[in-house]
Design a protein around this ligand. Structure first.
Ligand code: EAX
Length: 342
């Protein structure tokens, strides 16, 4: 009797083992059977941050980018756009990309000079005279080489979007000649060439994150700032700045950046989709900025700003000492190469 029970128990245990193994195998077959890994069906969610208003072309361009990425990946990759410094100021977001705690950001080149000083050349006053010249440089071998220098900082660049030609505003007085800026406290980006350029005309440069700027202008802790028309309008600086000088002293390109730690984990098809969408959305965003310039100049005049056209040759001459100061670090050849690009 006892032997029978033992045999029956062994048989039951063997049956149980066979059934269990079969299920497990079936489960494995479900996942690998249709050549999909468990992650293959999972949506990839990416966050991109910027510091400008949701009405600015940065945001409209990134929204287009998000739509294109979703289309190109059949909805597998989803990009959410966060404006108005919600994910931090530009330097903080660049640092977050390095740490892999933020996926993407769209920033001006100026703060990037603090991470790779190859970017400094872009911030020299009046080194870019036209958009066509700027696009040839940033979209060509020079821009590609400078963007690649970010890889050692843990950052991948997908192309240069546009912020635009920067103009000076202030709340104190009309500024037409460089000497008119003497003594004005001007907020600049955190960039040593921007600061040196305003020191050269006798102003008092104060580096500050963009998110603090409107309040600083409103409370008059700074007299003025410098930004392209699209920012002056969409960030409502016309409410706190009476005088606009059309200096166009810096051209700001805006790299679209991805954390390398995030990029390297993406499947090749997702990387291809992001790269293609970045270029298509770049052209859309650049177009928005170009279309808006004349329209926004008329708008800010209607909103009460007093606009001064300036003699750019006077400003180029006044800021010229910055070239002597930084040429040894940047390299005369590179500066000449960019200046001679037509
Ligand atoms: O990149 O800080 C600035 O004035 C920039 O124009 C802004 O961050 C957009």
């Amino acid at each position: 009797m006892k032997v029978t029970k033992v045999v029956a128990l062994l048989l039951a245990l063997m049956m149980l083992a066979v059934v269990t193994a079969g299920c497990g195998g079936q489960k494995a077959a479900d996942n690998s059977g249709d050549a999909k890994t468990p992650d293959a069906d999972k949506t990839i969610n990416l966050k991109v941050g910027h510091v400008l208003a949701p009405t600015h072309p940065y945001h409209l361009g990134l929204t287009k980018f998000s739509e294109l990425v979703s289309e190109k990946t059949g909805g597998k990759v989803k990009v959410d756009v966060f404006p108005s410094s919600q994910l931090g100021n530009e330097r903080e977001m660049i640092e977050a990309l390095q740490m892999g705690t933020l996926d993407m950001t769209l920033v001006s080149t100026a703060p990037l000079a603090g991470f790779s000083n190859k970017f400094l050349v872009f911030d020299l006053p009046f080194i870019f005279q036209t958009r066509e010249q700027a696009y040839k440089v940033v979209d060509g071998p020079i821009g590609t080489d400078i963007m690649q220098s970010l890889q050692q900082n843990g950052i991948v660049g997908l192309g240069y979007w546009e912020n635009g030609f920067r103009n000076l505003t202030n709340s104190k007085r009309p500024v037409v000649k460089p000497e008119d800026a003497k003594g004005l406290k001007i907020r600049t980006m955190e960039n040593k060439i921007h600061m040196a350029s305003f020191k050269a005309v006798g102003a008092d440069p104060t580096p500050m994150a963009f998110g603090e700027l409107y309040t600083a202008l409103q409370q008059k802790t700074v007299d003025g700032q410098e930004n392209p028309l699209a920012i002056i309008y969409t960030s409502k600086f016309y409410e706190v700045q009476k005088y606009l000088s059309m200096t166009g002293h810096f051209y700001a390109a805006s790299p679209l950046l991805v954390s390398k730690a995030v990029w390297d984990k993406l499947p090749a098809d997702a990387q291809k989709a992001l790269q293609e969408a970045a270029i298509e959305a770049r052209d859309y965003e650049r177009g928005l900025i170009q279309e808006s310039d004349q329209k926004l100049l008329d708008e800010v005049k209607k909103l009460g700003m007093e606009v001064a056209e300036v003699d750019k040759a006077e400003w180029i001459k006044a800021m010229e000492p910055v070239y002597q100061e930084y040429e040894p670090q940047i390299g005369k050849d590179l500066i000449e190469q960019i200046k001679n690009t037509k």
